[in-house]
Design a protein around this ligand. Sequence first.
Ligand code: 13P
Ligand code: SF4
Length: 325
Amino acid sequence: MTNSINEFIEVRTTLTESELFDDIRKLKESKNAVLLAHYYQEPAIQEISDFVGDSLALSQQAASTQADLIVFAGVHFMAETAKIINPTKKVVIPDLNAGCSLADSCPPDKFRKFIDSRPDHVVISYINCSAEIKTMSDIVCTSSNAEKIIESVPKDQPIIFAPDKNLGKYLIEKTGRDMILWDGACLVHEAFAIDKILALHDKHPEAKFIAHPESTPQILTVASYIGSTSGMINHVKTNPATKFIVATEAGILHQMQKEVPHKTFIPAPAKEDNTCACSECGYMKMNTLEKLYWCLKNETPEVDVSEKIRAKAIVPIQRMLELSN
Ligand code: 13P
Ligand code: SF4
């Protein structure tokens, strides 16, 4: 990195949001770069990006892009998946420390032992895992295609589902398949407080309560709709209700409000012991507009995957992309 931290500070202190937008647009054009962002990113990042989507749509965009440089405003496993799909392109992320508590809940050495003790099982992994976990998987899935992926496996074939036990339990109920679950979870979705949600619903009885399937069974039981981030956005657009309590990362509210400005969205409250008693993912929020500018300008920090891991990890990702067409 040749630029000093002083330049970064200068950017933070002297450029307005609209100046940053202009500079980002110019850099994007001159570098033939594409900006991909997840719905959990801060509003300014969502606004300047070429494409905003859920994990599946972002992987599909990464698979079809003609850009030379991919700037991935999301968490590490998402940018890593884009790199696995595009080994010859440069993939950068605004903050290399933007990890994922769910991906961290599945260490490769322990997972190796877990699957080796069940050699007759097919391994389906939620995309929120490291490239190493993907190398040990037969098919990858996201929350928007998980049912379809599970149903593509013959009925008598035993399945291991990892790393999210909450999504896994929800899918067992939906598909009727008896899967063995890895004991992992997302800290943000596990932090929703049922008592606070019920109290909030009492105050807004006309509101519909909707949730992401990474939430606990206790939360999902009271939800009127359960789905991926894109599923939730679609739902608030098509459902006649005008008020929703939303149990997923609060960044999604920006897109919901944009799609249906006349409706009201309330973020579901979290337990007191959660860092901010709110529903923000600290990892997703490590990316900022300033860091995005810096990263596009200097083409760093880069996300890299060794060819040995990439060659194996691409197989279950490609299976997922084929099954999702
Ligand atoms: P989606 O694929 O539904 O966008 O989920 C991503 C995620 O990280 C949920 O916490
Ligand atoms: Fe990972 Fe949870 Fe953040 Fe999604 S919300 S990126 S699963 S820590």
